[in-house]
Design a protein around this ligand. Structure first.
Ligand code: ARG
Length: 430
């Protein structure tokens, strides 16, 4: 501090430094150290502006510090969801969502979802597919402090082949849209794919997402079928690398998973039909599995009422149970797991409901929390910034009543949220 003050005086920045450097001191009754997996008692976390500058039980609190008393709570790093679609969620009218709305509608309402997500304790998300660069606008507005939401890494347009999960299927070929072809994310063959990756990067993509296999919530056939050749997948990953971007692959099918892993993706999304060979390949390549294993409950109970075609609901019946069983196999085999919920398929803010299933299907509570903290930070290439309560990292800190290591569902009721040193929610009983 003294050093900082000295430099501030020296540079004539004294006012700025004073107003920004009011120290906050969190008194944490219990703290989950996600690196060691231990619960630490009676810790003090010092925060200067947006950064953690001290942590321990024997730390002296500066005189003018603002005290945040979380003595009755369990404190942990902000949660990270590596698979969201934060720009939308089903409105209840399937056809209106596809045909009557424009990206402007989504742009106007998305700030509601970013706020809900943050208030649910998710201080960072990797958003993996949005129309018309709405995700870029959101990320920038959040970074500029204009709207409230988690830190975002965004994929922009989902890259998919003609007729793929990323294309519009099940309708007349005479339906046409007027926006530039590349704005659809539909690209075939190595030349188009290189260009599509460049286009996404040009307009703001932090990460590249493509469809390796078919999907559930789209009307094409055979959910597991590959939708790109090996050469095409290799091209996407290779081109993304040129631009310093990681790639993630939407992949349900066993074959498509293996192809995407061999192409070098950083993560497999969904991973529903992964087989033993795929599990071994993922271990060998260090590929993360990001599996949305809460979704099935919501889709089966709600999507009929929300107007989705029966065909889609039937596909979900094929996928949901197997996805959970295969998740368990992969988790037990030691595949790296990062938390990703696919929020947007179900209401934003419910992200944490997935923890229960991660624990039911193979992870210990601390492993599930690590999936949403240090592992997720690693996948997002933000390991030096977030994912644990560590000196020098951003002050993204949450708290719950109760102990998530004993009852993982306590994470569904996050009572305290700090992001970047700013408190957005504090409902902890004093
Ligand atoms: N976006 C995914 C898809 O359409 C959602 C899959 C949901 N179902 C599941 N069991 N995870 O393919």
């Amino acid at each position: 501090m003294k050093l900082k003050l000295f430099f501030a005086l020296f540079l004539g920045l004294i006012n700025v430094t004073f107003s920004q450097s009011k120290i906050k001191a969190i008194k944490a009754g219990k703290l989950i150290d996600v690196i060691s997996g231990e619960i630490l008692k009676n810790q003090i976390i010092l925060i200067d502006s947006n950064t953690i500058v001290g942590i321990g039980s024997n730390i002296s609190i500066p005189k003018n510090a603002e005290i945040i008393n979380l003595s009755n709570a369990t404190v942990l790093p902000g949660l990270i969801d590596c698979h969201t679609h934060i720009t939308s969620q089903p409105s209840g009218d399937y056809y209106a969502d596809i045909f009557r709305k424009t990206p402007m509608d989504y742009a106007v309402t998305a700030h509601i979802f970013t706020k809900r997500t943050l208030e649910a304790g998710f201080t960072a998300c990797r958003d993996v597919g949005a129309a018309a660069f709405v995700d870029v606008a959101l990320r920038n507005a959040i970074n500029n402090g204009e709207i409230v939401g988690p830190r975002l890494k965004v994929a922009t347009l989902f890259i998919g082949s003609t007729g793929s999960h990323g294309d519009l299927n099940g309708f007349s070929p005479f339906l046409s849209s007027q926006f530039p072809k590349q704005m659809s994310g539909v690209a075939d063959g190595v030349d188009e794919l290189r260009k599509q990756v460049r286009y996404n990067v040009k307009y703001g993509a932090d990460v590249i997402k493509f469809g390796a296999s078919a999907g559930v919530l789209s009307e094409e056939e055979s959910v597991g079928a590959p939708q790109y050749t090996q050469e095409e997948m290799n091209t996407i990953v290779e081109e993304a690398k040129v631009w310093g971007r990681k790639t993630c692959a939407h992949a349900h099918g066993a074959e498509a998973i293996k192809m995407a892993v061999k192409a070098g993706v950083a993560s497999i999304e969904h991973g529903s039909f992964v087989d033993e060979e795929g599990i071994q390949l993922m271990k060998k390549y260090g590929t993360y599995l990001v599996a949305d294993i809460y979704n099935d409950d919501y889709i089966l109970s709600e999507y009929g009422k929300l107007g989705y075609p029966q065909k889609i609901i039937e596909k979900e019946r094929l996928v949901g149970r197997l996805q959970r069983e295969n998740f368990e196999k992969a988790a037990k085999a030691g595949v790296k797991i990062a938390f990703g919920s696919d929020a947007g398929v179900y209401p934003h803010g419910w992200n944490a409901k997935q923890f229960f299933y991660m624990v039911k299907f193979g992870l210990s509570p601390i492993q599930a929390i690590q999936a949403a903290t240090i592992n997720a930070a690693d996948l997002l290439d933000w390991k030096d910034k977030i994912g644990s309560i560590t000196n020098g990292k951003f002050a993204d800190i949450i708290a719950v009543e109760g102990n998530p290591l004993e009852n993982i569902t306590s994470l569904e009721k996050v009572k305290f949220v700090m992001k970047d040193g700013v408190v957005y929610k504090n409902e902890i009983k004093k």
